[in-house]
Design a protein around this ligand. Structure first.
Ligand code: GDP
Ligand code: IMO
Ligand code: MG
Length: 429
């Protein structure tokens, strides 16, 4: 049976958590394959709000096995806090499986994330300060600590000492902060080992066996296409592979198993942190989008930057991820605008760009070229079929669909689990 990949099309917070939750009852495994607790997914079930950071959104569905894949970076303190928080609310947390190859966010990497940002000053990335970048850097530098290292104190100690032998130089000599004791780090990490042990597995093998047995596996991205370290708006990106390709490396599932790629596209655009954003609004319309869409970060509480729909980005997401189906979320937030601009191309120093410019400096200078559609004022939150939508809302979706080059299979009309229109089945049921 197939593996299905679910990614964000823009700069994150498109509503991936809600979409995963929607598919939850029809899939058997939900795998988080990249990122860590920099993610923030809000899922609303029968009026109850759940904010997930590190755990796959599938944990909220009793029939799903949630999996933390090898491509994830795990903050163990956050993992257990989040698990305990869900257990206290009656969620069954016993099914979680964690990859032995996932990397662990060591406390010194949280410190390094924050001091690096401070050091960068005006050139800062606006990270979530969770230690994501330094932990992936350690992974690539081959000085990272993996989940499996926690079960051999000698190896763990060696790895932490090796990393600290030069990190302490950086902390003390460049950043002028306190050096970190290896013992403290080892003791902290070891304190989680016994609770973690029963959850740990060769998740690539678990998933291969599941697929061979005909199970449905959903690979859920954190972050999004334009935050991907290779394909995003570098350097204003996260440090992991958040696009469809990352689903394979981050889970150990081969590309030949993937049958569908679902991308989540917000009906307008938002961004948290620094970096270019061509359709960003600084006026009343931007405020209206932020307030009506409750665009404040789930992880850091920062107000999200808001702007109009950018279909150059949508087309790019289609190309990079091989999108088969889009879910357009938060269409209800556009209710009440008299006219709706859609960015169809960029003007870069007098030259029209239909495609995402490869040159970041061109993207920084890109001015949106808009097409204007008429808005609607009717409440659409009760719509459950495409035909229930006002004609202008239908026209908006159809035009976006045409411009992004892949079909829009579902449309979000509210935060609740059932506030969605399914135009085409998202899964082969
Ligand atoms: P994620 O990081 O992609 O999972 O997205 P977030 O959870 O950070 O942000 C999306 C927000 O939009 C959450 O608060 C969701 O509850 C909410 N949401 C998702 N879909 C819809 C929708 O169709 N309409 C409205 N109004 N809210 C939605
Ligand atoms: P979800 O999964 C939105 C942004 C940060 C910052 C940049 C790098 O909820 O969509 P990092 O801490 O990852 O090194 O920060 O990436 N960022 C996100 N923005 N949604 C997210 O996740 C994000 N995860 C990271 O704001 O600009
Ligand atoms: Mg989010």
């Amino acid at each position: 049976m197939p593996a299905i990949v679910l990614v964000g099309a823009q700069w994150g917070d498109e509503g991936k958590g809600k979409a995963t939750d929607l598919l939850g009852s029809d899939v058997d495994y939900v795998v988080k394959f990249n990122g860590g607790n920099n993610a923030g997914h809000t899922v609303v079930i029968e009026g109850e709000k759940y904010a997930l950071h590190l755990l796959p959104s599938g944990i909220l569905t009793p029939s799903v096995v949630p999996v933390i894949g090898n491509g994830v970076v795990v903050d163990l303190e956050v993992l257990f806090e989040e698990l305990d928080g869900l257990a206290a609310r009656g969620v069954d947390i016993s099914r979680l499986v964690v990859s032995a190859n996932a990397h662990v966010i060591a406390p010194y990497n949280r410190t390094l994330d924050k001091v690096t940002e401070r050091f960068l000053g005006a050139r800062k990335i606006g990270t979530t300060g969770r230690g994501i970048g330094p932990t992936y850097a350690d992974k690539m530098n081959r000085i990272g600590v993996r989940v499996q290292d926690l079960f051999d104190e000698g190896i763990l100690r060696q790895k932490v000492e090796a990393a600290l032998s030069f990190k302490n130089q950086i902390l003390a000599k460049i950043y002028n902060t306190r050096a970190v004791e290896a013992d403290e780090v080892v003791d902290e990490l070891l304190s989680y080992a016994e609770r973690l042990r029963p959850m740990v597995a060769d998740t690539s093998l678990v998933l291969e066996e599941a697929l061979a047995a005909g199970k449905n596996v959903l690979l859920e991205a954190g972050q999004a296409t334009l935050l991907d370290v290779d394909h995003g708006t570098y350097p204003f990106v996260t440090s992991s592979s958040a696009t469809a390709g990352g689903a394979c490396t981050g889970s150990g599932i081969p590309p030949t198993r993937v049958s569908r790629v679902i991308a989540i596209l917000k009906a307008y655009t938002t961004r948290v942190g620094e970096g270019p954003f061509p359709t960003e609004l600084f006026d009343e319309d931007g405020e209206t989008l932020r307030n009506n869409g409750a665009e404040f970060g789930t992880t850091t509480g920062r107000p999200r930057r808001c702007g109009w729909m950018d279909t150059v980005i949508g087309r790019y997401a289609t190309r990079i991820n091989g999108v088969t189906d889009f879910v357009v979320t938060k269409l209800d937030v556009l209710t009440g605008f008299e006219r709706l601009p859609i960015c169809v191309a960029y003007d870069v120093d007098g030259v029209r760009h239909e495609q995402m410019p490869v040159n970041q400096s061109d993207f920084h200078h890109a001015k949106p070229i808009y097409e204007y559609l008429d808005g609607w004022s009717e409440d659409i939150s009760g719509a459950r079929t495409f035909e229930d939508l006002p004609a202008n809302a239908q026209a908006y979706i159809l035009r976006v669909e045409e411009l992004i080059g892949a079909r829009v299979s579902a449309i979000g009309v509210g935060p609740g689990r059932h506030e969605i229109i399914e135009r085409h089945p998202l899964l082969d049921r």
